[in-house]
Design a protein around this ligand. Sequence first.
Ligand SMILES: [Zn+2]
Ligand SMILES: [Zn+2]
Length: 255
Amino acid sequence: MSPCGRTDEATKTTTLDRTPKDTADDEESGRYTFLPGRPRWHGRTLLTYAVSTTATVEYIPLSTVRAVVRTAFARWADVIPMRFVEADRLYNDNDPDITLGFHPFTGGKCAGCGTSDGYDGAKTLAHSSRPMQGWIHVNTAWRWTVNLDVDMDPSAYDLESIVIHEIGHVLGLDHSTSLTSVMYKSFDYRTKKIKLNIYDVLGIQELYGATRYFSFKSYFKQELLRHNQRQEEEKRKRSFWRRGLAYILPSGIAS
Ligand SMILES: [Zn+2]
Ligand SMILES: [Zn+2]
C-alpha cells in the first residue's frame, strides 16, 4: 500500500503519491469514494479557476499550462452540470474558486501552502484541497510534460493526467481502487490517463448529478464497442472448441 496523504485530516489535504503500482489492488470495494465528510461545492453550478502566473515551471509556456488545465476541467464538465470558467475572463475583481500553481516541496514542505507531506525527499507529485477550498499545488521537483511523444525524459509525468486527478479531489472525490480510474491512488510516469472511467463518472455524478443529456451509452461508446468485440471473439473461440470436441469425442474417447 502506497503512503498517501489523503487521510491527512489536520491539513485537509490530499496527496498523490508517485508509487508506480500497487499490487494489492482491491477490485471488490471502493471503486469510487468521497473525501471524509463527503464535502462538495454545494449549490454551485459555476466555479472559477486561475492558473498562477508566478508559480510556474520555465520549460512549459503558461499558455500551454492554461490550455491543459482548461481541457482537464472540461473532462469533468462533460459529465456533471458544473461550468468551469477561467477567472480573469469573467470576474476580474473576485478571487477565483480554484487556483493551480507549481511549487517546490523542499524538505517535504510545500512552498505553496506550507503543508508538510511527511516525506524527506520529493515524493509527492501534487496535492490539493477539498471542497469548498480550492487549490492544486504541483511539485516542481518532477519533470512535467504536456506531450509524451515529444518529451523524451524517461521519468516525465503527464500534466493533464495529474491535473484531472487533483480536480477530482477538489470536487470531493477520494481515491478509487479501480486501476483505470483517474482517481486511482498512484500514477505511473510516462503514462496518460485522461478519460474518466465508469466509477469516476458514477462518483462525481453522485455528488453533482448528471449533465442534462448525459448518456452512459454514448459516453462509453468506444469502451462498449471494444467490450462487445471481445465478447464476440470469446464466443467464436468457444464455438470453435465445441466443434473441435465433437470431432474428437466420438472416436477418440471411447469410455
Ligand atoms: Zn490523490
Ligand atoms: Zn501545497
